[in-house]
Design a protein around this ligand. Structure first.
Ligand SMILES: *Cc1c(COP(=O)(O)O)cnc(C)c1O
Length: 431
């Protein structure tokens, strides 16, 4: 299978290049030439199928021509070491809990799968790589955790000093080993700018093999399609007209759902649920894509003004607005709406959700699609990652899981850095 550059479709690369480089020279995203449909026998066997088996079958269909079956199986099994349970809250309402991985956010699956693919490709020619990632919170720790102690890989995380939560900072800075956390005197946009400068620095790139681990990388995006197959596998045959509501920021998770549908998964509708950063819901309604300034909200993992995976969504629908809008409905919510949704989930369904999952639930409610359909909202983070907002809205104490308690006890080890590119380049040259 070849992967084409969305900005220049005639230019095609191998899976290896798409994964190791993340983006093309013109900052174009990669997409597989075709998204193959799975055979009827797969769907006949799907009810009750285990998560790892789902991952193996789905991966084989897309990546099987590029990676031998035994290596691919190992990558899938190593990425999926925790459950992704579907819980029923009401006759037609379900929640898919994606937060049972080591860093308690849904990004663990994508980061671990990507780490496995990296290991496989780098070992082939004994190459080394430096993974550079700017984070406003969850991505950094999922990536650090996935690449921890991997031979030949250094991970450098840039985060804005004083602008991530105490818990997130501990998750980022206490790993040690091959993980370096740079505490930048600036905001998240400064961190992203420094990272972009490093990728554009030809001189630096001659010396080190720099790569990204954001959801622009196909290897991080693709395995998230397992979530959707896995949810359907846990439903009863009588649960019809499945509607998935996805709390969205960069739209990687939703794009993975669209890929699952293209592969044949019977999904009636997707809901793109966002906070005040509502460029995609606006597009779905009016047909114009107008990226905006980023607004800061209590669902900070979705504070994105110009979602990086939107070009992939357009590709999937051949840039046809009407086709996309008949598959996806968009809704957006204020912070107060989000708090109310957390309260309703607690009071009516006895379910304590984090603010991101609550936005997805609010989308299902707002759509009116709960009547007569099967509504599934994706819960993308453990509520303990946002204890203040959750406890205020639900009037119920959050249970802190043991891995988080453990992290809180450790000593922060960051490298402070001025917001200057030369300082970053110096650090990278010494890797
Ligand atoms: C990253 C993240 C999101 C948004 O996912 P995208 O794939 O960027 O749309 C939602 N919720 C949580 C908790 C996240 O960490």
């Amino acid at each position: 299978m070849k992967y084409y550059d969305i900005k220049n479709p005639a230019r095609k690369v191998s899976l290896k290049e798409a994964v190791l480089k993340s983006i093309s020279g013109d900052s174009g995203l990669y997409m597989p030439e075709t998204i193959p449909a799975l055979p009827a026998s797969f769907f006949a066997a799907l009810p009750g199928m285990q998560l790892q088996d789902i991952g193996i079958e789905v991966s084989k269909a897309v990546l099987g021509s590029d990676i031998p079956a035994s290596a691919l199986k190992k990558i899938v099994v190593d990425a999926l070491t925790f459950a992704i349970p579907l819980k029923q809250l009401d006759e037609h309402l379900f929640v898919l809990e994606l937060f049972h991985g080591p860093t308690l956010a849904f990004k663990d699956v994508g980061a671990r799968f990507m780490a496995g693919l990296f290991r496989y490709f780098l070992q082939q020619d004994h190459r080394k790589a430096v993974i550079l990632v700017a984070t406003s919170g969850d991505t950094g720790s999922a990536v650090a955790n996935a690449f921890y102690e991997q031979e030949g890989i250094q991970v450098v995380i840039l985060y804005p000093s004083g602008k991530v939560s105490g818990l997130q900072e501990k998750q980022l800075t206490t790993m040690g080993g091959n993980i370096t956390a740079l505490e930048v005197d600036g905001n998240f946009d400064d961190c992203q700018r420094l990272v972009k400068q490093a990728f554009a620095d030809r001189e630096l790139n001659r010396h080190i093999n720099l790569t990204s681990a954001n959801s622009i990388n196909f290897a991080r995006l693709f395995p998230q399609s397992f979530f959707y197959f896995n949810a359907v596998a846990q439903l009863k045959l009588s649960d019809n007209n499945i509607v998935f509501s996805v709390p969205s920021g960069n739209f990687g998770n939703l794009t993975s759902g669209l890929i699952a549908k293209k592969m044949g998964l019977p999904v009636h509708r997707f809901i793109a649920a966002t906070n005040r950063n509502h460029v995609v819901p606006d597009y779905l309604k009016g047909g114009n894509y107008i990226p905006g300034q980023t607004h800061h909200t209590i669902t900070n993992a979705m504070d994105v003004g110009d979602p990086s995976n939107f070009p992939r969504m357009l590709e999937i629908y051949d840039k046809q607005h009407s086709a996309m809008a008949s598959d996806i409905e968009g809704y957006w919510f204020t912070d107060d709406d989000t708090r109310k949704a957390m309260t309703v989930l607690q009071d009516k369904y006895n379910y304590q959700a984090d603010p991101h999952g609550a936005v997805a639930f609010a989308g299902l409610q707002e759509s009116g699609m709960l009547a007569g359909n099967t509504g599934i909202f994706l819960e993308t983070a453990h509520p303990a990652k946002f204890p203040e907002e959750v406890e205020k809205a639900t009037k119920t104490a959050v249970q802190i899981p043991d891995p988080l308690k453990e992290v809180m006890k450790r000593e922060k080890q960051s490298v402070k850095m001025e917001n200057k590119y030369e300082n970053l380049a110096d650090i990278l040259r010494q890797m």
